[in-house]
Ligand binder design. Structure first.
Ligand SMILES: Nc1ncnc2c1ncn2[C@@H]1O[C@H](COP(=O)(O)OP(=O)(O)O)[C@@H](O)[C@H]1O
Ligand SMILES: [Mg+2]
Length: 252
């Protein structure tokens, strides 16, 4: 199988002083495959995704090999800042669609937009095209961002903590949506989160990062049940502790 995205000893460093922020990350995701990248805050997950998509800030540079086969699109953590507050959400999605379908008519863009909003589970999508971002809930805004990403017809969707800013129930619905979309479209997914349980719920393979490096990578079931690296074990224990603490207390 061919990889839709492969990183070969990817590095990210600061141009000013050459300081390494990401070192020697080699990963690949195949057509229709799902790869989760997990690690604590600051471990280099976002920079790895940005480098893979070619959207690093100008003060940083990537080294090593980055190969994409087909289009990649990204969904960010904070839909409130990723959406343009001065555009109705329909215009935002339609604008993205039109950039990827040059020469298409306004009517075609409108029809495609309504269809995309429906695909991401937005009820009454034709009416919703006229909503402003601030009129929507966080979950709805994230659905709009996913619709805009799908407007480019990507072969791989890169998600950077797309549910971290959402409450647990909304998070579960967005994860279910993503699972459905990747299955229906045969799209590949790279899903970044600090939360191992979230990553495991959508990804067949899991990569663990720490301090800018990859510590292990493998099938999700194996990583969760037989972690090879002590840091992965630590993450698993922290995750379990967090979940137990969050469990509603039993009344005595
Ligand atoms: N634009 C930047 N300039 C300099 N350092 C950065 C920049 N962005 C991130 N970093 C640093 O690179 C490291 C990895 O960051 P990041 O990829 O955002 O981590 P994560 O997404 O895993 O939380 C962190 O130490 C962070 O402070
Ligand atoms: Mg990040």
């Amino acid at each position: 199988m061919t990889a839709v995205l492969s990183l070969d000893r990817l590095g990210v460093r600061r141009r000013a002083d050459g300081a390494a922020l990401v070192t020697d990350v080699s990963l690949a995701v195949e057509a229709g495959g799902t790869l989760g990248i997990v690690g604590e805050s600051g471990s280099g997950k976002s920079l790895t995704l940005r480098a893979a998509l070619g959207i690093l800030p100008p003060t940083l540079e990537a080294t090593g090999g980055i190969r994409r086969d087909g289009r990649a699109a990204m969904v960010f953590q904070e839909p409130a800042t990723a959406l343009n507050p001065t555009l109705r959400v329909g215009s935002f999605v339609a604008g993205t669609w039109r950039r990827h379908h040059p020469g298409a008519s306004r009517a075609a863009a409108r029809a495609a937009t309504v269809d995309l909003l429906a695909q991401v589970g937005i009820a009454d999508p034709a009416a919703r095209t006229r909503a402003w971002p601030h009129e929507l809930s966080g979950g709805m805004r994230q659905r709009v961002m996913i619709a805009a990403a799908l407007a480019t017809d990507p072969r791989v969707l890169l998600c950077d903590e797309p549910t971290t800013a959402l409450d647990v129930r909304v998070q579960a619905r967005i994860l279910a949506l993503l699972r459905g979309l990747i299955a229906d479209r045969g799209m590949a997914l790279v899903f970044v989160s600090h939360d191992l349980a979230v990553v495991a719920s959508v990804c067949a393979r899991i990569a663990v990062m720490r301090a800018g490096s990859l510590v292990e990578e493998g099938p999700a079931a194996r990583v969760l049940t037989e972690p090879r690296h002590p840091y992965t074990r630590e993450l698993l224990e922290a995750n379990l502790a967090r979940r137990l603490a969050a469990r509603p207390k039993e009344s005595a």
